[in-house]
Design a protein around this ligand. Structure first.
Ligand code: SF4
Ligand code: FES
Length: 244
């Protein structure tokens, strides 16, 4: 199996090709380790849990944002996701049946090879004040019905991998756009019955709820099935109803 991998050393950009022996159950992250340990120890990439939990290993694999630790090399070619392609996804090397193309996530500054600077992503996250703001503390625990718990879980499953951020065309066009993950989290606090803050107004501006063009790439690339597009749509609907 051949891997064509984006390389950047702080000055020059290039692509290097490596041959990795295929193994049963091998993930793209396993293949990157094989390269680093056996062929080229200068190859840099980020990971931590190796189990689709920490969100550190999101990258472009054959032009689709995915978690390297969750993507089996044998299945990359069959798992073509029908996402809306755009400039940042399509520039660089061409796709080929002969190799798996691995590149860093778009819209974030590349520090080295496949490692991007996540600061911009986290800055947006901070802007939505991602913590509970209860009106008063309960004497015991808050009780919630199961339906509400399930609704919240759709959004709390986010592992902050930024795959949606890299896959969203609007993030590429508008530097100030909060992005799908931050807006999904904001919606999550809005529907949380324990939270007493007026959350919707925090993103009621042209770089918030209203910037989304509903490409729905966020939903399609999310490894945890978080539906940012759905939350954004609901938030807009509620704001419009308030105005009527
Ligand atoms: S919403 Fe999904 S794709 Fe976006 S950061 Fe969270 S887990 Fe990753
Ligand atoms: S290494 Fe943690 S999500 Fe991939």
């Amino acid at each position: 199996m051949e891997f064509k991998i984006y390389r950047y050393d702080g000055e020059e950009e290039s692509y290097d090709t490596y041959k990795v022996p295929p193994e049963e159950g091998q993930t793209v992250l396993d293949a990157l380790f094989h390269i680093q340990e056996n062929i080229d120890d200068s190859l840099s990439f980020r990971y931590s849990c190796r189990g689709a939990v920490c969100g550190s290993c999101a990258m472009l694999i054959d032009k689709v944002p995915r978690l390297a630790c969750r993507t089996q090399t044998k299945r990359v070619k069959e798992q073509k996701r029908e996402i809306e392609h755009y400039k940042a996804l399509d520039e660089g090397e061409e796709l080929s049946e002969d190799h798996i193309l691995v590149e860093p996530l778009p819209h974030l500054e590349v520090k080295k090879d496949l490692i991007v600077d996540m600061e911009k992503f986290y800055e947006n996250y901070e802007r939505i004040e991602p913590y509970l703001k209860p009106d008063e503390k309960p004497e015991k625990e808050h009780l919630m019905d199961q339906e509400k718990v399930s609704e919240l879980e759709d959004y709390t499953n986010c592992i902050l991998c930024a795959a949606c951020f890299g896959g969203c065309p609007v993030n590429g066009e508008n530097e100030k756009y909060l992005g799908p993950a931050a807006l999904a989290k904001l919606y999550r606090f809005h529907i949380d019955p324990r939270d007493d803050d007026d959350r919707l107004t925090l993103a009621d501006h042209e770089d918030g709820w209203w910037a989304c063009d509903f490409y729905t790439n966020c939903r399609k690339v999310c490894p945890k099935d978080v539906p940012p597009n759905f939350g954004i749509g609901k938030a807009r609907q509620e704001l419009e109803e308030e105005d009527d």
